[in-house]
Design a protein around this ligand. Structure first.
Ligand code: ZN
Ligand code: ZN
Length: 125
């Protein structure tokens, strides 16, 4: 099972620079796996890609259980804020980058800044 990734639009990349706190401002806290994202399908794709990472398997399954699509019992449910926003490296792990960390990748566990996450399109397929 995979989440559908939205097609990546031909956005002018510069438009993302105008947005401050792209992820903190969009209500990740307490959300399930379906979050309203007020901007850009590109960011939507990145977030969905993060949520399809192995640590979120139970979270996604839980969505199906609550929707009564399956009765499977599941183990512990990890929340995005515990996986992606609990990090001790305050700076981006990319080489030669000293920007502040925006998110810890649920796939590769690297800490990523806004540029390396969004503009550099950090996706695991
Ligand atoms: Zn990664
Ligand atoms: Zn970086």
């Amino acid at each position: 099972m995979g989440l559908d990734l939205h097609p990546i639009p031909s956005y002018p990349m510069g438009s993302f620079k105008k947005m401050s706190h792209p992820i903190h401002g969009m209500g990740w806290d307490g959300m399930g796996w379906d979050c309203p994202i007020p901007f850009g399908a590109l960011v939507h794709s990145i977030i969905h890609n993060q949520l399809s990472a192995p640590p979120f398997e139970n979270l996604i399954k839980n969505g199906f259980i609550q929707a009564r699509i399956t009765n499977e019992t599941i183990g512990q449910i990890e929340k995005p804020k515990d996986i992606c926003f609990k990090f001790y490296d305050l700076y981006c792990s990319s080489q030669d980058c000293d920007e502040r960390t925006l998110l810890k990748c649920a796939w590769c566990k690297n800490t990523l800044c806004y540029y390396h996450l969004i503009e550099d399109l950090h996706l695991h397929l």
